[in-house]
Design a protein around this ligand. Sequence first.
Ligand code: CDP
Length: 201
Amino acid sequence: MTFVVAIDGPAAAGKGTLSKAVAAHFGFAHLDTGLLYRAVAAKVLAGADPVQAARTLDAVDLEDGTLRTPRVAQTASEVAVIPDVRAALVTFQRQFAMRADGAVLDGRDIGTVICPQADVKLFVTASPECRAQRRFKELTDKGMDITYDTVLADVKERDERDRTRAAAPLVPADDAVLIDTSDLTIDAAVAAAIAVIDRAR
Ligand code: CDP
């Protein structure tokens, strides 16, 4: 029996942290689908054609050390508007969702396009300032030299591009449960997500 949890939301909303915690709690596998787009972006920045890069994506590409940088994130949101790039990544994501031990996938279009039949759909948000603050801390903790204003601008620009694109725009599924993490601790957000999943199980 498969069990699929779809977690979508805007940039730096805490989807990754939440997904990892939920996956660990229930023993589900976790796929950060943003990493797929970031890996395509890294190849594009190295000179590849976006569609070719998406079609030939390999597991080792997900281990590229630059994937978490803002430059790669921006390029990811640029390649993510290309329908053929998205199409090339669908099968891998759907196969991952079929895992018998249950799966959590996080991204932008999991509940709407990749797994519209997901057992649980969460849409995780927070104010842009809150998200930028968290991402700023994450990047500076890693030693990156960046300003809060740059991070905020990056988050807002990507959100705008992700929301307004024609292919699989960032939008909550009709049946998604909204979790606004602006005023929640990580533990409280995880508890809220677990409660929703427990009810569905
Ligand atoms: O971690 P963060 O929320 O900042 O970004 P991410 O989830 O790694 O996604 C990077 C970019 O990939 C996003 O801005 C989207 O443009 C794109 N993406 C997408 O289009 N669809 C997905 N399912 C996941 C990511």
